[in-house]
Design a protein around this ligand. Structure first.
Ligand code: KG4
Ligand code: ZN
Length: 344
């Protein structure tokens, strides 16, 4: 089989989605099955690791089978098996890694461990095959907010990351304190729609001018004081309009910081391409403001369609294909690593 035709089975279980996909040649998505646990975690206002692991164990086999079936292929026809091995909830990662190892061993297929964050970056390559390197990549999700200089599909140099909350985490926490539900991002985006973001303004935390790190806990705390008073214990009833204004002001502050840092990175590295990925990349206000600011600076922006922004296994299969071609395969000692390990 020609290299460009190689089928890769991707498996993803790092957080609260059990997913499997078959991708041909790193670009053609033949199937992508995602079983979300969001409804289960929503009751608790956030992801409960123990419940996530149990749900992954139940879902993983049917999800993998469905991905192969939807792609009208069999395990025997797959060229490699790619799996998210870091970062994420360790118990959750282990479910996918164990599944991938078992399949690789049983079918005699190469095993490829993939960094989940690199997957989020790769979602852009799936959506825009003409994306060129180098480019600046920004991953904004529930667990991560990081900027990279990407030299290829599989080589990413970390420029900066959040020093406290991830952007999506801040959306989730603010939605929780406003009593809006989980996950917070889409709910806050909806509540903010049509509201004036300058009505309730929150400070943008930029850190040092030359720093590509982020900090969102200050904005989150400002929302807390705004809603519950300076002692954080004196809540007052808020009208739906007031909630909308707070959401709009909060979203604007987060978006402004993300856009400013990302475009500064493009300028500093002399790279006129910005690729954004992760759940928060589906935010329409972020897309709009990034596109407008980038156009002023002569930077081209890339945002995957929303279904490729949030967790999926097609992005893992895509990265897996390039690692496989580069000979960067794993053996059966592949471990699940909860923290970020790869600087490149
Ligand atoms: O990438 P993802 O599915 O999972 C992680 O790897 O973390 O991202 C989930 C995060 C959640 O925090 C969610 O609130 C946020 O992405 N999110 C959004 C939007 N859609 C999802 N944040 C802002 N606006 C959205 N439209
Ligand atoms: Zn993710």
């Amino acid at each position: 089989m020609a290299n460009g035709q190689v089928l890769v089975l991707g498996i993803e279980s790092s957080c609260d989605e059990t997913a499997a996909a078959v991708v041909r040649g790193g670009r053609e998505i033949l199937s992508s099955v995602i079983q979300s646990q969001i409804d289960m975690h929503a009751i608790y206002g956030g992801v409960v690791p123990e419940l996530a692991c149990r749900a992954h164990i139940e879902a993983i086999s049917p999800v993998v089978e469905a991905a192969l079936r939807d792609a009208k292929t069999a395990l025997a026809d797959v060229g490699a098996i790619a799996v998210t091995c870091a970062p994420g909830l360790v118990g959750a990662l282990l479910v996918g890694v164990s599944m991938a190892k078992s399949l690789a061993l049983a079918a005699g297929k190469p095993l490829v461990g993939v960094d989940h964050i690199h997957g989020h970056i790769y979602a852009n390559k799936l959506a825009f095959p003409d994306l060129e390197y180098p480019c600046v990549s920004m991953v904004v999700s529930g667990g991560h907010t990081s900027l990279y200089l990407s030299a290829s599909e599989i080589d990413h140099e970390l420029l900066g990351s959040t020093t406290d909350d991830a952007a999506g985490e801040a959306f989730d926490k603010v939605a929780k304190l406003l009593g809006l539900g989980f996950p917070g991002g889409p709910i806050i985006e909806k509540a903010a729609r049509g509201r004036d973001p300058s009505k309730v303004a929150f400070k943008r935390t930029m850190l040092d001018p030359g720093s590509f790190d982020f900090s969102f806990s200050g904005i989150k705390t400002s929302v807390l004081y705004h809603v519950r008073g300076q002692d954080a214990k004196s809540p007052r009833p808020l009208s739906a309009d007031e909630v909308g204004d707070i959401c709009a002001g909060f979203q604007e502050a987060v978006v402004d910081v993300l856009v400013e840092k990302a475009t500064r990175a493009c300028a500093a590295k002399g790279v006129p391409r910005l690729a954004v990925g992760g759940g928060v990349a589906s935010n329409a206000r972020l897309r709009e403001k990034a596109a407008a600011r980038a156009a002023e600076l002569g930077i081209r922006t890339y945002f995957p369609p929303p279904r490729l922004c949030t967790d999926n296994a097609a992005m893992i299969a895509g990265v897996g294909y390039h690692l496989f071609r580069a000979g960067r395969v794993s053996d059966l000692s592949l471990d699940a690593v909860p923290t970020k390990v790869h600087r490149r």
